[in-house]
Design a protein around this ligand. Structure first.
Ligand code: ADP
Length: 258
């Protein structure tokens, strides 16, 4: 049984003025521990797909299964990390990373121990009592990731987590976050508009088509001698091959919509 399965999923948004068909007939299965990146033209429905997998949104038709069970409400097994970190400026780093655990009514003693060990492990031990505004953009995103990990989700959804950052920070942070995610052995679904980020971080890249969107291509990413760090993948010959192929798939859509 796959951990996540989307069966013939369609999603239409209705407003008083119009109807938008975001997804039509999406089929996708994801296994435990996979790191999947979703790329596609802007507005094709990538974030919508994440909302469906989190259980926050219900499909218009078709079904979303988590461990073989239909998802009908937000699941505690799924954690969500967004482009903006939404840290509370008046709380220090430690109490920020404990927010999710508090909201879920978890045992705060063990949550605090987990939080402290994650902050330690990922270079934030000296910043526990700092406020978010004293941190760099990259550190803030690491805090946001740790906040998501403290509640121990099985699946992590990342929606453009690096897009608000400058190029330099983005590169080093994708390296750091890639390492953290692999060490934590979670299933990761990363939405990004950046092909390089997708190929360098994920084991699998799913390409979505224009709206109404469905899965256009599904690439397994592998490198000849094991998995290099995200930064190092960019120097591998396979990287260029994947880039050209995926670029071509996305470009067809740009031409069609012109
Ligand atoms: P992406 O993440 O690929 O940029 P989204 O999933 O955000 O795309 O949006 C897909 C389409 O659905 C877009 O055309 C967007 O305008 C529309 N859409 C997204 N959310 C809503 C909503 N809550 N109500 C109406 N339309 C929406």
């Amino acid at each position: 049984m796959s951990q996540i399965e989307l069966r013939n999923v369609s999603l239409r948004y209705f407003t008083s003025k119009e109807e938008t068909e975001a997804l039509r007939g999406v089929n996708l299965t994801i296994d435990e521990g996979e790191f999947v990146a979703i790329v596609g033209p802007s507005g094709c429905g990538k974030s919508t797909l994440l909302s469906l997998i989190s259980g926050m949104l219900q499909p218009t038709s078709g079904e979303v299964l988590l461990y073989g069970k239909r998802l009908i409400e937000p699941s505690k097994r799924v954690g969500y990390m967004l482009q903006h970190d939404y840290l509370f400026e008046w709380r220090d780093v430690l109490s920020n990373v404990l927010v999710g655990a508090e909201v879920r009514g978890m045992n705060m003693k063990s949550a605090t121990m987990r939080a402290q060990s994650l902050l330690d492990r990922y270079g934030l031990a000296g910043f526990v009592k700092h406020n978010p505004k004293q941190l760099s953009g990259g550190m803030r995103q690491r805090v946001a990731l740790i906040r998501t990990l403290v509640v121990q989700p099985d699946v992590l959804l990342l929606d453009e987590p690096f897009s608000a950052l400058d190029f330099q920070t983005r590169l080093s942070l994708s390296d750091e976050i890639g390492t953290i995610l692999r060490e934590q052995h979670k299933t990761v679904i990363l939405v990004t508009h950046d092909i390089s980020e997708a190929i360098s971080m994920a084991d699998r890249v799913v390409v979505m088509s224009n709206r109404p969107s469905k899965v256009k291509a599904d690439h397994h990413i592998s490198y000849a001698d094991g998995r290099p760090s995200p930064f190092m993948t960019r120097q591998r010959p396979e990287y260029n091959d994947y880039f050209q192929t995926i670029w071509g798939e996305l470009e067809e859509h740009v031409r069609v919509s012109e």
